[in-house]
Design a protein around this ligand. Structure first.
Ligand SMILES: Cc1cc2nc3c(=O)[nH]c(=O)nc-3n(C[C@H](O)[C@H](O)[C@H](O)COP(=O)(O)O)c2cc1C
Length: 456
């Protein structure tokens, strides 16, 4: 039997009215969409009609600190809370996956397990959890802390957090209900397994009210790319989002991550790696370039500087001339791999401060591709076929137009090449991604040590 051709996985990363920092000021964009549910319903429908694997929302649990005159010039990227937003979008879609970001640092694991189990149930098995650990002090200050917890500690806690969450999702074996009205038995208590977790960071003794998720576990997504982030992903994730500027860097990340999987007895295929890509599409190369420049011309320098400064723990750029060289940049307890990316981009291309924020403004350090549908599909195919990606997280510079254009031009080009599905073949996110449904530990003949300890 011939093996089916490997195909791309595509996420539609939806953010406000577009990923470009100045999207909200573009004349083709209605900035009010960023705060309207109808806008997001429209985007979800466009993505589903185009057969994306999933829609995805990022999140911060706080509003960045900025002087009012700068704050007012930047759109709010995370207006709606993603899990609640996806619950609403589950009702207007049928097949597309629904991936929400929730930080393991600020929500107790019981709440998270219950919320995602519920989203998985109400969407018929389409939920995914993008596990982040957060990376800024302005978020920490909303939770009684003066500054964020150290990078390594956040990841260590996240590792235990995932164990707890999975243990809670396994509170029930599949199909526990009897609904036996005459016998007076609602469910089969032999299928209930209360978690008894006593760890370094969490103590959780109990069971979820919610039935085991349709997918066993919602798909686990991870977006950290540092050594610690990759270790967490290798141990727990099934889908990995990452920001990469060059195909060489993307290849080295891809092989580094996949190389860590054997330590956890996992096959390279059990994790799909999706770098972000921001496509600026034109009917000709020149038209695409003009569209890109039109967006770039709308960037306010204060907002541009604020964006990179935010990623660098509030680094103060004021002593440095905009058209002078990028100074030594700090590595903080925040988003370390992204800081590395900014530093190496600035050094490799000898950028000025202004050039650096201009490069970052289009997609916050993710790859920006400017060209025709064909040339964009060529680049995606090249990354896909040379060990740099299993697919892409598509970050339209403006919304909805950028997503519509991608759906109408790049997707058909990928489909013509046999690189992307023309119809959904499954109904759950796991099925779209070709991931196995995890069996309940009670049905596994050799339970792992952790599971033996975790269950009573
Ligand atoms: C596509 C993508 C989406 C992300 N979304 C979020 C997010 O919503 N919230 C967040 O706090 N961090 C988010 N991150 C940041 C990561 O969780 C992580 O902090 C960052 O990639 C730096 O990784 P590192 O800390 O392992 O170096 C995202 C990263 C990527 C690549």
């Amino acid at each position: 039997m011939t093996k089916p051709k490997r195909q791309l996985h595509l996420g539609a990363f939806l953010q406000g009215v577009g990923h470009h920092l100045a999207a909200w000021r573009h004349p083709d964009v209605d900035p009010a969409g960023a705060v309207q549910l109808s806008h997001f319903k429209n985007l979800a429908r466009i993505a589903e009609a185009a057969r994306f694997d999933a829609i995805f929302f990022a999140d911060n649990v706080g509003l960045p600190d900025a002087p009012p005159e700068v704050q007012t010039k930047a759109a709010l990227p995370y207006y709606f809370e993603p899990l609640l937003l996806l619950s609403a979008l589950a009702g207007v879609t049928e097949r597309i996956g629904l991936v929400a970001t929730v930080s393991s640092t600020y929500l107790p694991p019981y709440h998270l397990a219950r919320k995602f189990a519920t989203l998985d149930q109400i969407s018929g098995g389409r939920a995914g959890w993008n596990l982040v650990t957060s990376g800024s002090d302005f978020e920490a200050r909303n939770f009684g802390l003066d500054q964020q917890i150290a990078h390594a500690t956040r990841y260590e806690r996240a590792r235990e957090y995932v164990d707890v969450v999975k243990g809670l999702w396994d509170s029930w074996e599949d199909d526990p209900y009897l609904f036996d009205q005459t016998g007076g038995r609602f469910y089969d208590t032999s299928k209930l397994h209360r978690l008894a977790h006593q760890g370094t960071h969490y103590s959780v003794h109990g069971a979820l009210q919610t039935e085991r998720p349709v997918q066993g576990y919602p798909v686990l997504v991870q977006a950290g790319s540092s050594g610690d982030g990759q270790d967490l992903a290798a141990a727990t994730a099934e889908l990995v989002f990452t920001a990469q500027q060059t195909v060489e860097d993307a290849r080295s990340f891809y092989s580094s991550l996949k190389g860590r999987l054997s330590r956890f007895d996992r096959s390279p295929d059990s994790v799909k790696v999706l770098p972000g890509i921001s496509p600026v599409i034109g009917r000709t190369e020149q038209e695409a370039q003009e569209k890109y420049e039109a967006l770039q011309s709308l960037i306010d320098p204060g907002v541009g500087l604020g964006l990179i400064s935010g990623f660098l723990g509030g680094f103060d750029f004021s002593p440095y001339p905009l058209d002078g060289p990028v100074p030594e940049l700090p590595k903080t307890e925040g988003w370390q791999s992204r800081q590395d990316l900014f530093i190496s981009l600035a050094r490799r291309e000898n950028l000025t401060v202004r050039q650096l924020y201009q490069r970052i403004a289009s997609a916050r350090g993710h790859l920006t591709v400017v060209g025709t549908a064909k040339s964009i599909a060529d680049q995606m195919e090249h990354w896909f076929n040379t060990g740099a990606a299993d697919g892409f997280n598509v970050m339209a510079p403006t919304l909805p137009n950028g997503l519509t254009e991608f759906a109408q031009t790049v997707i058909p080009e990928l489909q013509r090449r046999g690189l992307f599905r023309t119809e959904y073949t499954g109904s759950t996110l796991r099925e779209h991604l070709g991931l196995e449904r995890p069996a309940h530990p009670s049905s596994v003949t050799q339970p792992s040590k952790l599971k033996e300890e975790s269950y009573v």
